[in-house]
Every structure is written in structure tokens, then in C-alpha cells.
Design a protein around this ligand. Structure first.
Ligand code: TA6
Length: 285
């Protein structure tokens, strides 16, 4: 079974095509170990990828699933850390016992990363494709001292129309509202609908958050393990206009639901490994 093939992608960047006998397919660029496409045989493409995305080595790709590590958002490191703009190596591919197809990618520290983040580490991304899309982000402390980090799978979902979708599962939580002075705000809505820019970090969110898209007659379940938080983001028109790699009015056809560990950070002792797991499932609405 042809599960993994290497092929030049956009601008000649190396990408892996992961194929499952069901007809499901995922595409992963070595640049950032960046999943840019997840096609389901019944529901089609589930991830949003900007038509103006820059496919340049050392730059993050707009859309898909950017890997955020070791920092979320702005701070001492480049925004969202460096993992999403580094060249990862392809380690292996296999068929799993449950019949999925899996590819593993890896990033280790380098003189360049140690200059800005003085720790030895190994990060693996395991991508398993079957009926669902499972991504495990596995971080090992290879240093002789502890370090702490943030991480997220910054997933861009393709939607019919931002005005027609809703997210559910976050009622009763508090979120950090990055558009309102990072104020801690209670979430009182079970059905979250959207009519403007949002940039929210929901702390200690439930294991499952759902995206309902009546326009595409589908529901996506975002399941996470060992990832405490969920981020919801849409730049809306004003933010869209500031991003040259986000095609005009693309905000209408995307929403980011991001699983991660943002606050608190993950503290990792030497030789210890942390496994963060996300499973994306799609069903008919
Ligand atoms: O996850 C939401 C967010 O932190 C927003 O604040 C916005 O900056 C978005 O990520 C995209 O960030 P990027 O660096 O990819 O443009």
C-alpha cells in the first residue's frame, strides 16, 4: 500500500503525501512539519489553506496546522516560536495496528535554536491518517537542566461561511480576551457564533470542542489529550487586510480552533517526554 511519498510541493519545498486506502489523504511540508491538507473521502478538504500562502523555506505557511513551539504568541522568541519555520526531518512511516497510515517527523535543537532558546530538545510529530486525523506532538528534554515551553496545534479549519458556523463545548469556561486587554472573561454561551474579530485563549478547556458547519453539512470534533487549553481566532476583515499571505476576505472561510498548552507552561525535567495528542473527526450534520 502506497502510504507515504515524497514530492516537490509549492516552490519546490519537500512535502509528504500520506494516503489511506479509504481515499483519505494528508499533505505535510517538511518546512515546519506543516500539515497543509487533510482530505476526507466523504467530506473533502477540511483544512483552510490561504491562496496567498508563502511557501518559503524558513517561513510559516498560512493555513493548515502550524506547530507552535516552544512559545505561544509574542515574547522573547519569534512570534509562536521557531518550530513552524524550521526544516523537520522525515523519520519513518508505517501502517498502524488499527489500519491507519502514520508518518513521523522530527526537529532537534541546533546551534541556531540554542542561540535563542538555550536548551537541547527533540520534538517529534506523529501524523496518523485513517477515518480521523491524529497528530501527536512529542517533546523530549535532551538537556541536563529542566525547561518549560508552550505548544499548540494552530489548526485552520475550512468553513462555508464564518456567519453560519458555531462552536460548542466552551460554556462555563473563562477565556483570555486578547482583543480586550487580555482580560479574563466568562464564556456564557453554549453555541458560539461569530460577528467580528476574536482572539481568545480558553483555559482548561474540555477534551472535546465541536465546530458545526451547516453550510457544508458537517461537524468536526477537536479532541485533545494532555493539552489543557483551546484558542479561537478569526482576524475578521480588518485583521485580514493586514496579512499579505491571507487572501482578501479569506476570514469568511476559515476559523482557527487551536489545542495547546499555553498557561501554565509545560515544565519538563531532563530525559522526560511530554506527549500532546489531538484527534480530528468529521461527521455529517
Ligand atoms: O492563535 C491566535 C494568534 O495568536 C493571533 O493572535 C494571531 O497572531 C494568529 O495567532 C496568527 O499568528 P501568525 O504569527 O501566524 O500571523
Amino acid at each position: 500500500m502506497n502510504t507515504t511519498t515524497i514530492t516537490p510541493g509549492e516552490n519546490g519545498l519537500n512535502k509528504y503525501i500520506l494516503r489511506h486506502p479509504s481515499g483519505a489523504e494528508a499533505q505535510i511540508y517538511l518546512n515546519g512539519a506543516h500539515i497543509t491538507s487533510w482530505k476526507h473521502p466523504d467530506f473533502g478538504e477540511l483544512l483552510f489553506l490561504s491562496r496567498d500562502a508563502e511557501f518559503k523555506s524558513g517561513r510559516s505557511i498560512r493555513g493548515g496546522v502550524p506547530i507552535i513551539f516552544p512559545q505561544f504568541g509574542s515574547g522573547e522568541l519569534p512570534a509562536h516560536g521557531f518550530a513552524r519555520s524550521k526544516e523537520w526531518s522525515f523519520l519513518s512511516s508505517e501502517t498502524t495496528r488499527s489500519g491507519g497510515v502514520k508518518a513521523v517527523f522530527s526537529l532537534e535543537d541546533s546551534a541556531e535554536t540554542r542561540k535563542i532558546w538555550p536548551y537541547r530538545f527533540k520534538a517529534d510529530l506523529e501524523v496518523t491518517l485513517g477515518e480521523a486525523l491524529e497528530t501527536n506532538l512529542i517533546v523530549t528534554n535532551k538537556d541536563d537542566k529542566p525547561f518549560s515551553f508552550q505548544e499548540a496545534l494552530h489548526t485552520y479549519f475550512k468553513i462555508s461561511d464564518i456567519h453560519k458556523v458555531h462552536v460548542q463545548g466552551l460554556k462555563g469556561l473563562s477565556y483570555i480576551d486578547k482583543l480586550n486587554n487580555f482580560s479574563l472573561t466568562p464564556e456564557n454561551n453554549e453555541r458560539l457564533t461569530f460577528n467580528g474579530a476574536l482572539d481568545r485563549i480558553y483555559l482548561s478547556s474540555p477534551q472535546v470542542v465541536e465546530l458545526h458547519d451547516p453550510g457544508l453539512r458537517r461537524k468536526i470534533k477537536v479532541e485533545k489529550e494532555n493539552m489543557a487549553d483551546s484558542v479561537l481566532w478569526n482576524p475578521w476583515q480588518e485583521g485580514n487586510q493586514t496579512m499579505k499571505d491571507l487572501h482578501a476576505n479569506s476570514y469568511l472561510e476559515m476559523i482557527c480552533i487551536e489545542s495547546g498548552n499555553i498557561d501554565p507552561k509545560i515544565e519538563l525535567q531532563p530525559a522526560i517526554t511530554h506527549v500532546a495528542r489531538q484527534v480530528l473527526k468529521v461527521e455529517s450534520l
